[in-house]
Design a protein around this ligand. Structure first.
Ligand SMILES: Cc1cc2nc3c(=O)[nH]c(=O)nc-3n(C[C@H](O)[C@H](O)[C@H](O)COP(=O)(O)O)c2cc1C
Length: 182
C-alpha cells in the first residue's frame, strides 16, 4: 500500500497546525493511503551547527526522519507562519534531514499547508517552505492549503468547518494522489 507522512512545524500543545496535519492525514487515509502522522516532539534535534554534527554524526532522530521521508510516497507539512516564513523548528528539522546519506527529498510528492489565527491562514510563510523544499530536490504540489481563523476552524472531532477550505483540502489530496501515481 502507498504510504503518506503528515507532520506539523509546531509542537505546541493544541497546535492548530498539528490539527491540520492530522486532518489531512485522515483525508489521505480515506483516499487509500497508509498514513503515519508524526509529532516532531518525538524527534528532538539540537539546533544545527557543524560542531554538533561532528560530535554526533547521525543523531537517531535525524536517521529515523530521513528514513521516513525516503520511504514516503506523499508528505504533507503543516507549517506555521512565523513572520512570513517557516518555524525554526521545521527549518532545523529539514536541515538535519538533508545531511543524512540517503536522498530524503527525492521520492515523495510534498503538500504544504498552514493554519493561523489570522485571516490569511499563514500562507505567507509557504513561499519560503516551497523554495527550500525545491532547493533540496523535492516535488511540491501546486495547491497550498491555508486555514484562517484557525482557533475556530475545526470542530470537536478535528474536521474543518469551512466548506470552501474543506474542498480545497480535497483538491490538494487529489493532486497529491495523482502526482504520486504518475
Ligand atoms: C514568532 C511568531 C510570528 C508569527 N508571525 C505570523 C505571521 O507572520 N502571520 C500569521 O498569520 N501568523 C503569525 N503568527 C501566528 C501563528 O501563525 C499562529 O499563532 C499559529 O497558530 C501558530 O501555529 P500553532 O497553533 O500550530 O502553534 C506568528 C506567531 C509567532 C509565535
Amino acid at each position: 500500500m502507498a504510504n503518506a507522512l503528515t507532520l506539523s512545524g509546531s509542537i505546541r500543545k493544541n497546535s492548530h497546525n498539528g490539527r491540520l496535519a492530522s486532518f489531512m492525514g485522515e483525508k489521505l487515509t480515506l483516499a487509500g493511503m497508509e498514513v503515519n502522522n508524526i509529532d516532531l516532539k518525538d524527534y528532538p534535534l539540537a539546533l544545527f551547527n557543524a560542531d554538533e554534527e561532528e560530535k554526533c554524526k547521525e543523531p537517531e532522530s535525524a536517521i529515523q526522519l530521513a528514513e521516513m521521508f525516503t520511504n514516503a510516497d506523499i508528505i504533507f507539512i503543516a507549517s506555521p507562519e512565523y513572520n512570513g516564513s517557516l518555524s525554526p523548528l521545521l527549518k532545523n528539522t529539514l536541515d538535519w534531514i538533508s545531511r543524512q546519506r540517503v536522498k530524503p527529498y527525492h521520492r515523495a510528492v510534498f503538500g504544504v499547508g498552514a493554519a493561523s489565527t489570522g485571516k490569511m491562514g499563514g500562507v505567507g510563510g509557504l513561499g519560503h517552505l516551497r523554495e527550500i523544499l525545491g532547493k533540496m530536490g523535492a516535488l511540491v504540489a501546486p495547491i497550498s492549503l491555508g486555514v484562517g481563523f484557525s482557533n475556530q476552524a475545526f470542530d470537536e472531532s478535528g474536521r474543518l468547518l469551512d466548506n470552501p477550505t474543506n474542498q480545497r483540502a480535497d483538491m490538494l489530496v487529489e493532486q497529491l494522489m495523482s502526482i504520486s501515481r504518475s
